[in-house]
Design a binder for this molecule. Structure first.
Ligand SMILES: COc1ccc(/C=N/Nc2[nH]nc(C)c2C(=O)Nc2cccc(NC(C)=O)c2)cc1
Length: 277
């Protein structure tokens, strides 16, 4: 869709797809091109009330600039007095979360395919200095072919140009700055470990009665594998190499894509990533 000034008159609004955090999402069709999109309607008063103006602006700038088969496209936006409208790619399958709840847990092939897609998408985002920081099943959508799409960059950050200073000399950078930098990117790798566990067992690894207990289990990396469902040793190996406290010791995105469990089970349907390896 060519970039131009959009307005509500350009769209025929269809059924509501669901409620987001700050508004609703509707199926819509752009009148001239007949192109089907998802129109996310956000109420300005909600944004002002929670002072999320800068964050929403950041989400829009970031997501507009990203082009990857596993990242949901933001084609553009417009607003009227009360609302902001985001023109988003329509993913027919909806939230991966629903599929996970319906089937309880996923097959190793499906889980590995999703993890491989996420690793590719995150490698692309990290190349563009974007850290998502909030990858969870609710923020993952599926298209009509079951291909995973990372959505909702509301909590992502464009890492400041520390990278460039990083290319210079480290002499002047305090250790926590360097550690912080590494830590920022690796937070998404940790999350891949959490998601891989949840895809295979149907529950997240550090689930607990209270937030405090979950926090304690995370800080201790209190990881254990239930005896059912049956999960391969390779899958457990990948999870154990991602859920590592020291962020610099987590498996890199590239290493994830080369991991035996991924190589054996992932269906690289959409990208020729095997050739890249
Ligand atoms: C309730 O059953 C559903 C089945 C499929 C959908 C498809 N949503 N597809 C989308 N494409 N681009 C965007 C953005 C969306 C979207 O936000 N969907 C959405 C929003 C809020 C809740 C849900 N719920 C579920 C179950 O998918 C989906 C939405 C709802």
């Amino acid at each position: 869709i060519p970039r131009r000034q959009w307005s509500l008159q350009d769209f025929e609004i269809g059924k509501p797809l669901g409620k987001g955090k700050f508004g609703r999402v509707y199926l819509a069709r752009e009148v001239k091109s007949k192109y089907i999109v998802a129109l996310k309607v956000i109420f300005k008063e909600q944004i002002e009330k929670y002072r999320l103006h800068h964050q929403l602006r950041r989400e829009m700038e970031i997501q507009t600039g990203l082009r990857h088969p596993n990242v949901l496209r933001l084609y553009g936006w417009f607003h009227d007095n009360e609302r902001i409208y985001l023109i988003l790619e329509y993913a027919h399958g909806g939230e991966l979360y629903r599929e996970l709840r319906k089937s309880g847990y996923l097959s190793e092939k499906r889980a590995a395919t999703y993890i491989a897609s996420l690793a590719q998408a995150l490698a692309y985002c990290h190349e563009k200095d974007v850290i998502h920081r909030d990858i969870k099943p609710e923020n993952l959508l599926l298209d009509h072919e079951g291909r995973l799409k990372i959505a909702d960059f509301g909590w992502s950050v464009q890492s400041r140009s520390k990278r460039h200073t990083m290319c210079g000399t480290l002499d002047y950078l305090a250790p926590e700055m360097v550690e912080n930098k590494a830590h920022d990117y690796a937070v998404d790798n940790w999350t891949l470990g959490v998601l891989c566990y949840e895809f295979l067992y149907g529950v997240p690894p550090f689930e607990a009665e209270s937030q405090t207990d979950t926090f304690r289990r995370i800080m201790k990396v209190d990881l254990s594998f239930p005896s059912t469902p049956q999960v391969s040793a390779e899958a457990k190996n990948l999870i154990s190499r991602l859920l590592v406290k020291d962020s610099s010791k987590r498996l890199s995105l590239q290493k994830i894509m080369e991991h035996p469990w991924i190589m054996k089970n992932a269906d690289f349907m959409d990208t020729c990533s095997k050739l890249q390896l």
